[in-house]
Design a protein. Structure first.
Length: 170
């Protein structure tokens, strides 16, 4: 079954080989920036050209804005332009997602990963409005993160088609 969608993306937006990076913590539960640097360098040194930071695997729901940005800045400093950095910028709160998207752009993200708002189960129009608002807040390319087992609501093909018309949604 075809969605009728064509891709607007290429390696210039998201890289070619991407991994969702873990967010490391020390034994006391504090963010371990140096371990994050080592992990990122190891991944890039071994062929990855794109890293997702603060996605689901990277503890996005359990890290603070400051922790997310500190890790993003440290990884950017460590890997420079050797890899695309895709920052998790989605929450179940549109205003918080916009704040995170803008802050991630300022911190050096190359692109954003924006998850379907979880818990609140918005309508398809609500999804469109959420993603559209985040997309309008920054010029970075946005990857939609549709994970119905976690968010309880899928992004339907018609909604994706509408979102694909927005210039930053890839």
């Amino acid at each position: 079954m075809s969605t009728g969608l064509t891709s607007k993306t290429g390696v210039e937006d998201f890289g070619t080989v991407c991994v969702a990076m873990v967010t490391p913590f020390d034994r006391d539960g504090a963010l371990d920036i140096e371990a994050g640097r080592r992990i990122a360098a190891h991944l890039v040194d071994n062929g990855l050209d794109s890293l997702v930071l603060a996605g689901t695997t990277g503890e996005s729901p359990t890290t603070t804005l400051d922790e997310k940005l500190a890790l993003l800045k440290a990884v950017k400093e460590e890997v420079g332009d050797r890899a695309k950095l895709i920052a998790g910028a989605g929450t179940n709160d549109t205003a918080a997602s916009i704040e995170l998207a803008r802050a991630s752009a300022e911190a050096g993200a190359d692109a954003l990963l924006v998850v379907t708002p979880y818990y609140s189960k918005p309508s398809q129009e609500g999804l469109y409005q959420h993603f559209s608002a985040v997309a309008g807040a920054t010029e970075l390319p946005i990857m939609l993160y549709d994970i119905p087992p976690r968010s309880s609501i899928p992004i339907e093909a018609d909604t994706i088609r509408r979102l694909a018309e927005l210039p930053t949604i890839r």
